[in-house]
Design a protein around this ligand. Sequence first.
Ligand SMILES: N[C@@H](CCC(=O)N[C@@H](CS)C(=O)NCC(=O)O)C(=O)O
Length: 308
Amino acid sequence: MADLILHHYWPSPFAHKIRMAMGLAGLPWTSVEIPRVPPKPLLLPLTAGYRRTPVLQVGADVYCDTHNIARALADTAPEVGERLFPGPSRGAALVLAEWVDQTLFPLAIRAVMAEALDTASPDFIQDRGDLYFGPGWTPEGLRSEAPGVILQLEAALGRLESWLAGLGHCDYRELSYGDVAAAFIAWFLRGRWSRGGEVLRHYPYLREVESALEGAGQQPAQEIAAEKALAIAAQTVPQASTGIQCPSDLVVGQSVGIRPYVRSSDPEVFGRLRALTSDRISIDHEARDVGDVVVHFPITGYQIRSVD
Ligand SMILES: N[C@@H](CCC(=O)N[C@@H](CS)C(=O)NCC(=O)O)C(=O)O
């Protein structure tokens, strides 16, 4: 198997989730550090314009979004899949991970950003506000909603705690990707929100999962420059198969547009459909410096349309 190259920056909570997942899976990985804000000229040729973090590159196959990346990691070998999703834990882990990202993270990012309004650079605030809250958001609105958001955040953390309390883990009897998906929120709140440490004291099961995964996967096997990662893509042939494997009107070779199904400033990404399954869409993309690559997105959380 080609090296697992993670395009990321260290403070990214979603990248932290994938670093922990690779640690739990026992997978060595290669680090490429990318900028925290656009422009990202050495990332976008690989992703057809998708700008979020992290992105996993395996040769000339490029996986966007952590849910998609987690499944790609699990598919690298049966024993890796078993470490990420032991026994029957896969369904619970993926459902919990999606709930964390769709319900808990939007509350956490609001609490963190409301506080960061006073300290972070205006450019960073504008970029992240547009990305996470969509057009029309205002700093005043974010600030005035913060107390209610924090109440919701604590209620959601309580719900997560009651899930973990059942078995001490997300599911089954060992750590799984579901625990990784819970731990990254704790890592984010503790590190980026002044009240994080105090609030987390009320959730001992979440803290236990957080400490069980502390440090997991945070040491890359090697670090390479982004230029080298592009050259690796250019020298490699994509491995992704071709075909439509679920009921759909879409056909191989047609143009499609893909963008996150949330109010945000994310650009739509375009490409020629190469493969479609019930949980992944793969497009052919060609760009200078990388040649032909295949970019993979998950289906849930993304809106796909035909643009022919
Ligand atoms: N649904 C995406 C969300 C990823 C995401 O929002 N990542 C943040 C960083 S933690 C991001 O992209 N921030 C803007 C950027 O890096 O340009 C996933 O699961 O990968």
